[in-house]
Each structure stands twice: as structure tokens, then as C-alpha cells.
Design a protein. Structure first.
Length: 278
């Protein structure tokens, strides 16, 4: 009789351990993008996100964000890069934002949920399991903080005033400088490994150590550091590789490799990482 609770508990554990793989193998969970997550799944993901962001952002030093010029710069960056998915007072998100699951949602109440350091961390690093991208390699650090400054004051904007403000800034554009650091910094292979994933290189190439789809669009890069030539029969040198990463058609007009808008610094860092693949 004393053993019965342990036997029952063991059976329950075994059933649970078998149920998870069976649930996945049978395709029972609906992954369609036009249906929302179940409430338990959504709540679990949301709680995981909140706790993770709070932990990751806890040591970030927040600069002074009250300058009018900084907020104006943030307004331009928000219009150019955030409005499409998040909308704003008087502005609906574009169809791509309205169709995402989970829904990106309005940022008019973001300050109720996130402090400045957390908003910066989210904008810079993105969020897994959502459509929120990482802007680290797309916007300079100053623009990221400008976005935070603007989002903090977003609840104060009336729709008509915001529309007039953006109309006055219609000729201004965001992202006028190099992203994330000085363009002449020494090549950093570890940073290049991260940058490579942010430009989606693993969407076409299989790369050892990089988690991604099992794709065969482009050749695998597992031994790239030992290769003597680049596409178009160009010698494999760091300078040539940087040129290839930034403007592949200039070296091989018939290549299917697209220009991805890779910055000079990111290209040198990615080239340094690719050189380690042997």
C-alpha cells in the first residue's frame, strides 16, 4: 500500500513524458498565422518575455532623454520603422502588422509595462517568438535611445497634433549613420557571428554552429575560411570578401546573392567570422 502513491506518480510522469512528443508528432497544435495562440500558451510566452527582459535590462544605464531634438529624431525613426506594425494615436498598423500572431499591439501604453532601459533592450535585441526584430545592426545606438524617448511621450500625443508633427518632418529620414559603433573598429569575429544571423545569411546557407532552417539555396559555408577564391573567381582576401558581402553583383553580375545593405563594419566582422570556419 505504501508503494501505491509512488507507482501512480511514476505512471503520471511517464504518461506526461510520452504525451508531449506525441502531441508534436501528431501535429495537434494549430500553428496557422490566422488563429491566435491559446490563452495558456500566450500567457506563458508573455510571462517568459516580461521576466527575461527585466533581467537582461537591469544593468543598462539610461541617458538623459528629455531633449526636444532627441524626441524629434525618435519621432522620425518611429514613423519610418515602427508605425507599420505598432500604429500610433490616429494611425492603424499596416496589414502586415495587423496579421501577426501575437499581435504587435499599440505602444501608446508601453510605459505602463516597460521602463526606459527595458524599451531600449527590446528595441535593440528584438524578441524571440514574435515578429519584433532586433535593430542593433539597423540603427545607430543614438537612434535607439531616440526611439525610447519618443515612445515615452507617445501617450501625450493627440492624433491631429501627431499628424501635423510628422507632416512638418516629412523630409527627415531615420538611420543616417552607421549602426552600433564606429565603422573603423577592429574586426570582431564574435560580433560577426551575431551580425551574420541578423542579416539572415543562414536563411540560404547552412553554417556550422548557426541554428536555422535546413536550407540549400546557397552553398554551405562550413569550410569557408579554407577557400582560395570567391564567386566570380576573385581571390579570397579580406577586402574582397567585404566587397562581396556589401555588393555581390559588382563582383559577379549573375549571382543570386542579394545586396543586404550590410554596413562596412558589419561586413568586416562577418568576414572575420567566416574566416574561422575551417
Amino acid at each position: 500500500m505504501r508503494k501505491r502513491p509512488w507507482i501512480i506518480a511514476s505512471v503520471v510522469v511517464l504518461i506526461g513524458a510520452a504525451a508531449g512528443p506525441a502531441f508534436v508528432a501528431l501535429g495537434l497544435y494549430d500553428v496557422a498565422g490566422n488563429t491566435p495562440h491559446t490563452q495558456p500558451v500566450y500567457s506563458l510566452l508573455d510571462a517568459t518575455k516580461r521576466q527575461s527582459v527585466r533581467r537582461q535590462a537591469r544593468h543598462i544605464d539610461v541617458p538623459l532623454l528629455q531633449q526636444a531634438a532627441l524626441r524629434e529624431r525618435g519621432a522620425v525613426c518611429y514613423r519610418d520603422h515602427c508605425l507599420q506594425c505598432h500604429g500610433a494615436p490616429g494611425y492603424a498598423p499596416e496589414p502586415i502588422g495587423l496579421s501577426m500572431q501575437p499581435l504587435p499591439g499599440s505602444l501608446a501604453d508601453a510605459t505602463r509595462h516597460w521602463n526606459a532601459a527595458e524599451l531600449y533592450w527590446i528595441t535593440r535585441n528584438g524578441i524571440k517568438m514574435t515578429g519584433m526584430p532586433a535593430w542593433q545592426h539597423r540603427l545607430p545606438d543614438g537612434d535607439l535611445w531616440a526611439l525610447v524617448a519618443f515612445v515615452q511621450q507617445l501617450p501625450q500625443w493627440a492624433p491631429a497634433a501627431l499628424r501635423a508633427h510628422w507632416q512638418a518632418l516629412r523630409d527627415a529620414r531615420c538611420n543616417a549613420g552607421p549602426a552600433d559603433g564606429a565603422p573603423d573598429a577592429a574586426a570582431d569575429a564574435a560580433r560577426g557571428r551575431h551580425a551574420l544571423t541578423q542579416y539572415g545569411c543562414h536563411g540560404c546557407h547552412r553554417i556550422d554552429g548557426i541554428v536555422g532552417p535546413d536550407t540549400h539555396v546557397g552553398p554551405p559555408l562550413h569550410d569557408f575560411g579554407r577557400r582560395l577564391t570567391l564567386p566570380g573567381a576573385h581571390p579570397h582576401t579580406p577586402a574582397r570578401l567585404v566587397q562581396w558581402l556589401r555588393d555581390p553583383q559588382s563582383m559577379h553580375p549573375h549571382t543570386a546573392m542579394p545586396a543586404l545593405g550590410v554596413s562596412e563594419r558589419d561586413a568586416r566582422d562577418i568576414a572575420a567570422y567566416l574566416g574561422t570556419l575551417r
